[in-house]
Design a protein around this ligand. Sequence first.
Ligand SMILES: C[S@@+](CC[C@H](N)C(=O)[O-])C[C@H]1O[C@@H](n2cnc3c(N)ncnc32)[C@H](O)[C@@H]1O
Length: 235
Amino acid sequence: MPESAAVRDMFADIAGRYDLANHVLSGGLDLHWRRILVARVREVAPRRVADLATGSGDVALALRRGLPMDTEIIGLDFCSPMLQRAEAKKARNPRYDGVRFGIGDCLALPLEDNAVDAVTIAFGLRNLEDRARGLAEMRRVLRPGGRLCCLEFTQPARWFRPVYYLYLKHVLPHLAGILTRNRNAYDYLVGSIGAFPEKERLLDELDAAGFIDVRADALSASIVAIHIAHAPPEV
Ligand SMILES: C[S@@+](CC[C@H](N)C(=O)[O-])C[C@H]1O[C@@H](n2cnc3c(N)ncnc32)[C@H](O)[C@@H]1O
């Protein structure tokens, strides 16, 4: 798993060009994936949601648009330049006033036990230095019965793999190098997607972290999946 300091430095370096690269490299699919993530959160009608590894804030802001205005939304990340992007987007639209962004490491969350009704993390779990510790933290801050929604790359459908790997290995790093002027960051992206556990293994890790009612919803030929998991109810 990647080292936290290296991950933080890499995102600090690409923060200014991260959103553009995301939209171009995914062909706009990232917007669709985040919308579905928000719909999965809306199903549990949360009062308080924490979006972890919030980065430039797109999930937190999409939660604001998709949930009732009195829902509390907190976006946390450990990379200040990414959070500055999030704050700048928030400042451009008064409807985002209620979203709070702050510094927070997924491996030691600045939240009380049972603090939130839902946790989201999009394209963040893959970057954690210690995934088991991160999942334990998510479980700790969720109230009994609360829901975790994790959007992440996964291994694509078998029929789609030749095209996908061709794109990932030969097109994406070049394009990303031009867009972000940091090709290394996207070589890392390709490597980290390959190293990330398949859906079934991640379900096992969620089980091991104490979550219940776990499932994986594959999207877009299984380029990504939303893993949904719940903190056990109070006994
Ligand atoms: C690929 S970006 C995802 C940003 C955003 N969630 C999105 O959907 O666009 C990954 C983010 O994870 C953050 N990150 C990685 N490890 C972290 C950790 N241990 N604690 C907090 N944030 C972390 C990085 O700083 C970066 O902003």
